[in-house]
Ligand binder design. Structure first.
Ligand SMILES: Cc1cc2nc3c(=O)[nH]c(=O)nc-3n(C[C@H](O)[C@H](O)[C@H](O)COP(=O)(O)O)c2cc1C
Length: 158
């Protein structure tokens, strides 16, 4: 079956991005997380970030009712983590791969950078919702980034 969105996806995919995992806890305290590349910075003062969640994602209702999320920027050697949270591979890390920071959202212990955010706005936008977060705590490490370009993964330089 042909994908009618392929031409648009191909053009959008020419914008190289990093790869991150966005995570929250649902009402039962379970971790809900997915691989994203829609993460972007918004404001420095106050510190705001955003990412876009597809309306059909199984974690949609969890992120819509959560108070906080984390965004975890992946290193080049975390391809398996990306594949798992995109739904393609078994879990390589488990619950013990996460820890709680200021907001209580689950933060990946291993990351190139991580942002612990309070959700301050949700904006409907077509088949996605834009989730704006106020950064309450963050961390930045040395290392190579995992890069996504034209539907392929690449390793950045450090
Ligand atoms: C490289 C890459 C980037 C992605 N970026 C996003 C994104 O920004 N927002 C989103 O909602 N889904 C994004 N996805 C898709 C989700 O990771 C995927 O739909 C989700 O893990 C599937 O969850 P579900 O099957 O539990 O609904 C991306 C997937 C990949 C492989």
């Amino acid at each position: 079956m042909t994908d009618k969105y392929r031409p648009l996806k191909d053009a959008l995919g020419r914008f190289a991005t990093g790869i991150a995992v966005a995570a929250c806890r649902n009402g039962d305290g379970e971790i809900k997380a997915l691989t994203i590349n829609s993460f972007t910075s918004v404001s420095l003062d106050p510190p705001l970030v955003l990412w876009c969640l597809e309306n059909r994602a199984s974690s949609y209702s969890s992120f819509m009712s959560a108070d906080a999320y984390s965004v975890n920027v992946l290193r080049a050697d975390q391809r398996q983590v990306s594949d798992h949270f995109a739904g393609f591979l078994p879990d390589p890390i488990g619950e013990e791969g996460f820890e709680a920071w200021k907001t209580g959202a689950p933060v990946l212990k291993e990351h190139l950078a991580a942002f612990d955010c309070k959700i301050v706005a949700r904006h409907d936008a077509g088949d996605h919702v834009v989730l704006v977060g106020a950064v309450e705590q963050f961390s930045c490490n040395e290392g190579k980034p995992l890069i996504y370009y034209a539907s392929n993964y690449y390793q950045g330089t450090d």
